[in-house]
Design a protein around this ligand. Structure first.
Ligand code: NAI
Ligand SMILES: CC(C)CCC[C@@H](C)[C@H]1CC[C@H]2C3=C(CC[C@]12C)[C@@]1(C)CCC(=O)C[C@@H]1CC3
Length: 346
């Protein structure tokens, strides 16, 4: 049987398939002839060939029907990092992931692909060309990251080739692209409120990013297969990035200028902004029972804006045959084009 025919028979489930990354993945899987089920707390769209199961992943009974017959499950669900809700992160990312694992085993699923995050090793200080050998952050930068670490550990520890259940975690970083609800919208909102005039820290800090549609074309090709999980390479996590480190402020400036806004140009000292962000965050936590406000400059965002954090995806290239399919240049062009409603004056 050729691989094209084999793929037509593939059934898979995308948990969190209504989200930004999940929906791109669903579209790529459909293109490749997969029969796709989506499990999510909401139905984000309608597409022929996709069956939606609406429910909370913490509910095993709700999850089980969505996993029946699936040979591979992609777990891309998480509360938004912006929610800053420790109890919610723990319930969904940790307890919910335990439930996902249990339900996968019960339903006879053979492979589980978790979307983890490269920030599981980030402590707010410089990371340069890091491989996956870097240990998990001892002091994670926020609650979101704390639970992403626990989630990744749970999934990788559950890998059991003897019982035919294989797990793998991919660690993208700074995902962007059409329909992204975070990076470009936050940037534009800040620019419209006059907050994107400043460069935090130094201008040379480099980052790696992951362009969503291209990232998922690769993933949807089904390269994360059992044969990659050999005894010499068990329980792996893989950085997945554009593989083109870029200066953080240059990247933001290119998006802003592409959408008609001015690039940031005034410098502010990193420590000052980080300290202020920490104060604001504390204030938001203390005042939460009385009023809700979400500062734009959170300690996490400031730390990401003012440090190097670029990751090597050599392991994914070597062991999984990963190749970024689109250059960063092209990814930025396609992203800018996809947001006509966010252009200056629109
Ligand atoms: N956006 C980024 O820059 C990065 C994201 N990631 C990870 O990638 C994954 C996908 O992220 P995005 O697509 O950006 O987020 P998103 O917020 O667009 O999508 C997450 C989806 O999960 C669903 N969901 C949340 N709680 C649920 C629950 N209890 N039960 C069922 N579904 C639930 C949401 O309804 C949403 O559709 C997440 O695991 C995130 O941690 C990792 C690195 C970077
Ligand atoms: C307000 C400005 C100082 C910064 C604006 C850009 C940021 C909104 C984004 C730049 C890097 C992004 C990023 C994430 C969210 C959006 C940014 C902070 C994540 C925290 C999303 C979830 C992850 O798992 C890690 C990401 C790292 C990079």
């Amino acid at each position: 049987m050729n691989s094209g025919v084999r793929e037509v028979c593939k059934r898979c489930t995308v948990i969190g398939g209504s989200g930004f990354l999940g929906r791109h993945l669903v579209e790529k899987l459909l293109e490749r002839g997969y029969i796709v089920s989506v499990f999510d707390i909401l139905q984000g769209f309608e597409l022929p060939g996709v069956t939606f199961h609406v429910g909370d992943l913490c509910d095993r009974q709700a999850l089980l029907p969505a996993l029946q017959g699936a040979s591979v499950v992609f777990h891309c669900a998480s509360p938004s990092p912006a929610s800053d809700d420790r109890a919610l992160f723990h319930r969904v990312n940790v307890e919910g992931t335990r439930t996902v694992l249990q339900a996968c085993r019960e339903a006879g699923v053979q492979r589980l692909v978790l979307t983890s995050s490269a920030s599981v090793v980030f402590e707010g200080t410089d990371i340069k060309n890091a491989s996956e050998d870097l240990p998990y952050a001892r002091r994670p930068i926020d609650y979101y990251t704390e639970t992403k670490i626990q989630q990744e550990k749970l999934v990788l520890e559950a890998c059991d080739p003897g019982r035919g259940f294989l797990t793998v975690a991919i660690r993208p970083h700074g995902i962007f692209g059409p329909r992204d609800p975070q990076l470009v919208p936050i940037l534009v909102d800040s620019a419209r409120r006059g907050k994107m005039k400043f460069i935090i820290g130094f201008t040379l800090n480099m980052i790696t990013l992951a362009y969503s549609p291209a990232l998922l074309s690769w993933r949807a090709e089904g390269r994360v297969r059992p044969r990659e999980l050999t005894p010499s390479c068990p329980r792996q996590a893989y950085h997945i990035t554009n593989d083109e480190p870029v200066r953080f402020w240059e990247f933001l400036s290119r998006l802003l200028v592409g959408l008609g806004y001015e690039a940031p140009r005034y410098h502010l000292p990193y420590r000052l902004v980080y300290g202020l962000a920490l104060l604001l965050w504390l204030l938001a936590v203390l005042l939460r029972p009385l009023l809700t406000f979400r500062p734009t400059f959170t300690p996490m965002r400031v730390a990401l804006a003012g440090t190097h954090h670029y990751y090597s995806c050599a392991r994914a290239k070597q062991e999984l045959g990963y190749r970024p399919l689109v250059s960063l240049e092209e990814a930025i062009t396609q992203t800018v084009r996809s947001y006509p409603h966010l252009r200056l004056g629109a």
